[in-house]
Write a protein that binds this ligand. Structure first.
Ligand code: SF4
Length: 231
């Protein structure tokens, strides 16, 4: 199985995942940028399940604080309380405030200006911010900025090993592998971005449900194509 077949099979078996979820209505009513909700989610989701992130985001929405200026102005202690359900709340509150103040000071809270930047220049810039690693930076770039970059995570690495697709412990190598393969097939950039978004979401779903540390292969939708199962 190659990356294109993986994408097609997962999509056919699991359906579109609709990532990254955000509350369009909230941002319309509050005149805030929905892309910032994705940015907040990508930081809150570090080392925790999405259900916990949702609770934290709901708390921010109840207080009408889910905006760049809202996070920038709120007191750190109150922010910590609101995002407590997502775990590591002290660390994450500091990260959110640092990022919000960075966006206020350098981009006048305007995400259009941020995402106008060249992909890899912006990636380098994000990676310089404390608490933003490659997976978080790439999630922001892909899902909030609709930039053509593939997000790699532990689920991707595991799946790559099991099928096998490409065996490496290097984030950059696995990312390059997916990008080179998918880019050569999906020439249109908009389509490519959609495929990157969908495939990462599908891999996460597969990884959470079946391809766990102890895989549940018997009901896995791609077991017939996986060497770990067939052998
Ligand atoms: S068959 Fe098993 S090892 Fe292979 S992808 Fe599915 S869950 Fe993972």
């Amino acid at each position: 199985m190659n990356t294109i077949e993986l994408y097609r099979k997962l999509l056919a078996k699991l359906g579109p995942q609709g990532w990254w979820p955000f509350d369009e209505e909230y941002h319309r009513i509050n005149n805030s940028d929905a892309r910032f909700e994705i940015i907040v989610g990508s930081i809150l989701t570090q080392n925790t399940a999405w259900e916990n992130v949702k609770k934290a985001i709901d708390n921010l929405k109840k207080e009408r604080l889910l905006s760049i200026d809202g996070i920038n102005k709120v007191k750190l202690e109150f922010l910590e309380e609101l995002i407590r359900p997502s775990g590591y709340y002290h660390q994450k509150a500091i990260r959110l405030k640092n990022l919000a103040s960075y966006l206020v000071e350098n981009y006048n809270s305007n995400l259009d200006v941020l995402f106008e930047k060249e992909l890899y220049d912006l990636r380098r810039e994000l990676l310089e911010l404390k608490g933003i690693g490659r997976e978080t930076a790439d999630s922001i770039l892909l899902y909030a900025g609709s930039k053509p970059i593939f997000v790699v995570d532990a689920y991707t690495m595991r799946l790559c090993n099991h099928i096998p697709l490409y065996i490496s412990d290097s984030y950059d190598d696995v990312q390059r592998f997916f990008q080179d393969n998918l880019k050569s097939f999906f020439k249109d950039e908009e389509k490519l971005v959609d495929v990157y978004k969908e495939l990462h979401a599908l891999i996460v779903y597969l990884g959470k449900t079946w391809c766990r540390v102890k895989p549940i292969c018997n009901t896995c939708p791609i077991r017939e194509d996986c060497n770990y199962y067939t052998s």
